[in-house]
Write a protein that binds this ligand. Structure first.
Ligand SMILES: NC(=O)c1ccc[n+]([C@@H]2O[C@H](COP(=O)([O-])OP(=O)(O)OC[C@H]3O[C@@H](n4cnc5c(N)ncnc54)[C@H](OP(=O)(O)O)[C@@H]3O)[C@@H](O)[C@H]2O)c1
Length: 332
């Protein structure tokens, strides 16, 4: 089989297309033949290195935390999967940055990390949305639950996680203000439910949010991080919530908790998707709930770009250039 490997951290050029031995599933494991592989910003951070705080990653590694495909072989003791089943996965056990491996034609995974795909959910849809959908779920279910009458500000509203958030928040009945880096992205965000979109590279988004809302928003969902986080504190109404879930522009600076008091008794929080799916029963229940939103038509999974797996380096260049809207896929 073939896979993408990196020997050292670096730019997209470190992603090499290499031949590898076909792995054999051991006890409790399943081999999946990938038909679609999700591209996530964390793949860029893993490739670049230095982003996640713990000990250095073991090299060489195959990046990727999310894929879908067809079960090819099952190891001893696996009773709930059989050859031919359609399944997807997002993350493994343990820290996701140490347990990558999705950028491959085939992969052996623990059966308890696999999710069977219901009829009506395609493999590309699953690979494009499981990680981003679980992240969105962790925000709307645990960080700040939007309700009718609320206004939520969502940064980079046409991006992967945020385009799902836009639709989910609208589905829950709240008003959505998005920010976007271009007119084209603003249109995508509006087409998916944003009531207003601010071009945040041209306009001061704080004053625009104040103009649109008066007192500010009930919550901000911020996946951009460094460039938006501190200013976003000024967009939140008293007792509101600022959720930083990502750092596409870099780490947010350390904050003094007293700012939360000074700026209106704010809550600030930072979710990690792994807690939404650490236990197998949580993973499968949360995925089933999310897939139902897709099947019911409440959420549409937008796949804007698809690349051949061997072209992963070009896909990374495009993510880093901020070219994508919605989700991007690699296809073996
Ligand atoms: N907390 C968690 O567990 C969790 C889970 C999944 C993802 N994340 C994080 O959430 C963030 C967003 O993920 P995603 O998959 O939605 O990302 P994405 O689809 O690649 O979108 C990132 C967007 O951020 C904006 N951006 C602003 N500054 C940027 C920069 N310097 N480089 C690239 N993009 C920049 C761009 O939109 P505009 O052009 O509109 O500005 C871009 O389209 C990432 O930091 C990711 O690691 C966290």
């Amino acid at each position: 089989m073939k896979a993408i490997r990196i020997e050292n951290h670096g730019g997209p050029e470190v992603l090499q297309w290499v031949e590898m031995d076909l792995p054999v599933p051991g006890p409790g494991e399943v081999r999946l033949r990938h038909t679609a592989i999700g591209i996530n910003f964390s793949d860029i951070n893993v490739r670049r290195g230095g982003f996640y705080y713990p000990e250095p990653m073991k090299m060489p590694l195959t990046p990727g935390n999310e894929a879908a495909g067809i079960v090819e072989a099952v190891g001893p003791g696996v009773t709930d999967f059989a050859a031919g089943d359609r399944a997807g996965y997002v993350g493994m056990h343990g820290p996701f940055y140490h347990n990558t491996g999705a950028y491959a034609e085939q992969r052996v995974v623990p059966a308890d990390r696999l999710v069977k795909l219901p009829d009506g959910i395609t493999e590309p849809q699953a690979a494009a949305s499981m990680l981003k959908g679980m992240t969105a779920a962790s925000i709307v279910e645990h960080m700040y639950v939007p309700k009718p009458g609320d206004t939520i500000l969502i940064h980079a509203a046409a991006a992967g996680v945020s385009l799902l958030l836009v639709q989910w928040v609208k589905h829950l009945g709240a008003r959505v203000i998005g920010t976007a880096g271009s007119q084209a992205k603003a249109k995508v965000a509006k087409d998916h439910g944003c009531d207003e979109v601010i071009l945040y590279r041209e306009t001061d988004f704080v004053s625009e949010v104040k103009r649109l809302t008066g007192e500010g928003v009930h919550a901000v969902y911020d996946g951009v991080g460094k460039d938006t986080f501190v200013k976003s504190m000024d967009c939140v109404r008293p007792f509101g919530t600022l959720v930083n879930y990502g750092n596409a522009s870099g780490h947010v600076p350390p904050i003094d908790l007293l700012w939360c008091a000074a700026k209106g008794s704010l809550s600030v929080c930072r979710p990690a998707v792994s807690f939404q799916m650490a236990k197998t029963e949580d993973l499968r229940r949360n995925c089933a709930n999310f897939f139902k939103l897709i099947l019911d038509g409440a959420i549409k999974v937008e796949i804007s770009r698809t690349y051949r797996l061997e072209d992963a380096a070009q896909a990374h260049r495009d993510v880093e250039a901020g070219l994508a809207t919605g989700s991007m896929l690699l296809v073996p």
